[in-house]
Ligand binder design. Structure first.
Ligand code: LMR
Length: 390
């Protein structure tokens, strides 16, 4: 039966790593997949994670199944990290460990379909490319709302509101908690408040994807928008990822959190999520979640906060470096104003193609760049290559 299949093109984001690896040019620059990198171009294991891992290796007693729920200690600790130590909120929330943020998004979509197969999930234009298959494969309809305005390099909130005004009760609106992927422009707290008012009045449910907590303004600051929604609304969903802020990319560590009007409703929803998990992958991998639990519940937390601050501050300084290096090529002053790992350079797909083929500079076709891929060793070459294609 397999002879009927044609080979598919590479994934638009992950395929860049393969192409970059195979490129023999010693000057090549990788601004593709969103992983943090040091000045030496390495993606390190965080110092807090190394310490937690040493402890785990020394103390772990078993590799027996944990069940679809994963580690309950992780679930409690991660929920506190996302929602803060707010007993009233914690009572109304239930969290389930998932295989990364992707697993959490898919679980959320499956839960929505089970409750309301007619629901539409509204996603921003643009959004992370993998949101579409992850959510759409659950069988739900997807629609888009305007978000990024390339002309002003900022959020077109009026256009966003105009479309979201039409979202009916029962539908779901996917929002990026912070550090919007791919455009790096976030909502202000006033705008989050406006969305909370609309959700309450219209009856739609926000679904927040929190993949970069700590990479924007700070660990607490980056969760402020979703906390505002959680406090004010009867219901919402949150998909959170530990890939970036704990550097646990390949360990597939994340969680889905349901906030409901009552503890009973949240726990009931969680039992459905457990059933969905059992039917797809049975149970999540343990290692990354046990490391996060060790870090968040003990003396390593402060070290981890420093690890995150170091990554955040380095990315911010790279934003300034890049904007300065490109100052004579056009107005790139928006780069230091944006948050997290990504910004659009505003290049055409043809220019992005030339950067790849003529200069071995790799970025997503939309001209999304991973700022963390810039360093003092490649900045001059990179700026010169960009100037040449502009
Ligand atoms: C990205 O957007 O580059 C990352 O989130 C990695 C991925 O899985 O696409």
């Amino acid at each position: 039966m397999f002879e009927t299949l044609q080979a598919l093109p590479a994934d638009p984001i992950l395929g860049l790593s393969v192409a970059y690896r195979e490129d023999p040019n010693p000057d090549k620059v990788d601004l593709g997949v969103g992983v943090y990198k040091t000045e030496q171009g390495q993606t390190p294991v965080l110092s807090s994670v190394i310490a937690a891992q040493n402890r785990l290796v020394a103390t772990e007693q078993t590799k027996a199944y944990q069940g679809p729920v994963g580690s309950e200690g992780f679930n409690v600790a991660l929920q506190q990290l996302i929602l803060s130590d707010d007993p009233a909120l914690q009572q109304r929330a239930a969290t389930l460990q998932s295989p990364g943020g992707c697993g959490a998004l898919r679980l959320g979509a499956e839960l929505i379909r089970e409750i309301n197969p007619q629901a539409t999930i509204w996603v921003s234009t643009p959004t992370w490319a993998n949101h579409i298959p992850l959510l759409g494969s659950a069988g739900l309809k997807l629609q888009e709302y305007p978000y990024y305005d390339p002309a002003s390099q900022s959020v077109n909130f009026d256009a966003m509101v105009e479309v979201l005004k039409t979202v009916p009760a029962g539908d779901v609106v996917l929002l990026h908690g912070c550090c919007h992927n791919p455009c790096g422009t976030d909502l202000t707290l006033e705008q989050w408040q406006q969305l909370a008012d609309m959700a309450r009045q219209q009856g739609f449910t926000p679904f927040v994807d929190l993949a970069y907590q700590g990479f924007g303004d700070g660990i607490e600051e980056d969760a402020a928008g979703l906390r505002l929604l959680a406090k004010q609304l009867p219901e919402m969903l949150i998909a959170s990822s530990c890939s970036k802020n704990f550097g646990l990319y390949r360990e597939r560590t994340g969680a889905i959190t349901v906030v409901s009007a009552t503890a009973e409703a949240s726990n009931n929803a969680r039992s459905h999520l457990m059933k969905v998990a059992r039917g797809i992958y049975s149970m999540p991998p343990a290692h990354g979640a046990l490391l996060v639990e060790e870090i968040l519940t003990g003396d390593l937390k402060q070290q981890w906060q420093q690890d995150v601050a170091e990554m955040r501050e380095r990315i911010h300084s790279l934003r300034l470096l890049l904007a300065n290096a490109l100052a004579d090529a056009g107005d790139f002053s928006f780069i230091p104003q944006q948050k997290g790992m990504f910004s659009f350079l505003g290049l055409s797909p043809e220019q992005v193609g030339r950067l790849k083929t003529e200069h071995s500079v790799y970025m997503v076709d939309s001209s999304r760049i991973n700022i963390a891929g810039v360093n003092s060793g490649n900045i001059d070459y990179l700026a010169e290559a960009i100037r040449k294609v502009l």
